[in-house]
Design a protein around this ligand. Structure first.
Ligand code: ADP
Length: 413
């Protein structure tokens, strides 16, 4: 079949930041897109062949709906965008007989407890962990825990609900706070994941994110990002990502090796992965491996070969097209996920031009709009915006991002 007629199903949660990037990639590659979302689009009646509504919480029903659709309009590949759609993508791919991660692998990577069990039993270094029921008495549970620890929900993302506790009192407060977050979280898929949380050993050390692409079970490291800001809690707000990593090469090799082992242990074989690891004198520890690419707008930091975007790579791989190059460009690049200074309502953003004028800064993208409620972690999950930089060295990129950030002012009432 000529490549120009490929049709690809993109699973786009309504909360995603990445619609534009994937739609652009598809149009550059001449791929026909069918977009699925969990809420009917106002445009669906106008474009019934290009838009589908799926209940992402129900992978089996979603696979049936797509199978019916595909009888009329065959689908060549399925791509999950963000954590919310990785399992349903695997279910649809399985139903359509497409090469993709198995449903069990996607499920294992999506549930933090299953992931921990799977990795630990394969000998992949992970924090010590235990599952605790939300129905339990937090005061009693707190007695049996080693401190410092980290409490986290089983299935949220973007560090939402992830809280460090240094003693029993903080444990009880964190436990109650996560319970309230889970009661509120409409996107938490199944009931069972609302009924328990994970308590883990706090792993000190430097944190990195590994962006990779699995092709036929082989992991290709696309980029390793340092996170130069300390992430010591009590909440874990992501700020700076800078690539290439400044860790010694041996450390980077160990991180890649452990991530490979983690992918095999989970059974992930195809498509993008985004892994978070911590490294200290005991070696690297896997915090998570997600079967999706980097979130927010952060993929804008990455360019490959002759200028391909991460989204173009992902679509090419999904369609089985030859991958021109998986080499990231030579220059350093970075992003700052702009930290949320406090809760309130955003009234204005000042200093955007001044921030964009800093040497090496490529773009300042403000993604919240005036009037919008600003909710910090651990409850919030939306970003104020992103600052992007490219330069000769990681240090120059980091400095530019920090300088640009000092020039931005958010008026929050
Ligand atoms: P999410 O999937 O919501 O991002 P993670 O489990 O990846 O949740 O945790 C978010 C962040 O919290 C991590 O990137 C890390 O900074 C911190 N964190 C999570 N678990 C631990 C741990 N056991 N030890 C130290 N830090 C942790």
């Amino acid at each position: 079949m000529p490549t120009s007629t490929s049709r690809l199903l993109l699973l786009l949660p309504t909360t995603t930041y990445r619609t534009e990037a994937f739609v652009d990639a598809a149009s550059k590659l001449g791929v026909e897109l069918v977009c699925a979302s969990e809420r009917p689009s106002a445009l669906q009646e106008l474009a019934p062949e290009a838009l589908v509504t799926l209940d992402f919480r129900d992978p089996v029903a979603s696979a049936e709906t797509v199978a019916r659709f595909a009888r009329r309009r065959p689908i060549d590949a399925v791509v999950a965008v963000d954590d919310l759609t990785t399992v349903v993508a695997a279910a649809i791919s399985e139903r359509l007989g497409l090469k993709a991660n198995s449903l069990s692998a996607a499920r294992a990577a999506r549930d933090k407890h299953t992931m921990r069990r799977c990795l630990a039993s394969a000998g992949v270094p992970v924090p010590r962990f235990r599952l605790v029921k939300l129905a339990g008495d937090p005061g009693a549970l707190a007695e049996g825990v080693e401190y410092p620890c980290v409490l986290k929900p089983l299935m949220l993302s973007a560090s939402r609900g992830v809280i460090r506790a240094n003693d029993a009192r903080e444990f009880v407060t964190a436990f109650r706070r996560i319970t309230a977050i889970l009661e509120d979280a409409v996107s938490a898929p199944a009931d069972e994941v609302r009924q328990a949380l994970l308590v883990e050993e706090f792993i000190p050390g430097r944190e990195v994110a590994l962006e990779g692409l699995l092709v036929g079970g082989t992991l290709h490291v696309l980029a390793l990002f340092d996170k130069p800001d300390p992430l010591d809690g009590p909440f874990f707000e992501e700020t700076l990502y800078v690539t290439p990593s400044r860790l010694p090469e041996t450390g980077q090799d160990r991180i890649a090796a452990v991530t490979r082992d983690a992918c095999s242990a989970l059974g992930l074989t195809e498509g993008p992965i985004h892994a978070e690891l911590r490294i200290n004198e005991r070696g690297p520890f896997v915090l998570e491996v997600a079967a999706r690419s980097i979130g927010g707008l952060c993929a804008r930091t990455l360019r490959f070969g002759t200028g391909l975007s991460l989204e173009e790579l992902i679509l090419c791989h999904a369609l089985g097209r030859p991958l021109e190059s998986l080499e990231r460009e030579r220059r350093s690049a970075g992003v700052m996920m702009i930290p949320i200074p406090r809760a309130g309502r955003l009234t204005a953003v000042r200093g955007i031009e001044e921030a964009a004028a800093v040497d090496a800064i490529e773009e300042v993208a403000i993604t919240m709009h005036p009037g919008q409620a600003v909710v910090p972690l651990p409850e919030g999950w939306q970003y104020l915006g992103f600052i992007f930089a490219r330069g000769e060295t990681p240090a120059a990129v980091e400095e530019a991002l920090r300088e640009a950030h000092t020039r931005l002012h958010f008026d929050i009432e």
